[in-house]
Design a protein. Structure first.
Length: 89
């Protein structure tokens, strides 16, 4: 079991480095289990701000990633700050 954990950590670092090279500010990897509440949160936001519904409807397809990609186990999340401009080397 320890070998799989080491493999995952070994893969996480290169993914993180590639994200930084692609000019993302940060990158993380989460289990798809952590996405189970995503749809419920989207619904809460749409109810709180009905004007936001067109935007959240457009990303709602990401709520059930396992349906679209049954083989997936993790999700890579990359972030960037839109007010900062950088160009890749």
């Amino acid at each position: 079991m320890k070998e799989k954990s080491t493999d995952r950590l070994g893969l996480a670092q290169p993914i993180y480095q590639e994200a930084l090279k692609a000019c993302f500010d940060n990158c993380g990897i989460i289990s798809l289990d952590d996405m189970e509440i995503f749809d419920a949160r989207l619904m809460e936001r749409m109810e709180a701000v009905p004007e936001s519904q067109p935007f959240y409807d457009s990303i709602r397809m990401n709520a059930d990633i396992r349906k679209r990609y049954p083989w997936a186990k993790s999700l890579v999340i990359c972030t960037t700050w839109y007010g900062k401009y950088r160009y890749p080397e």
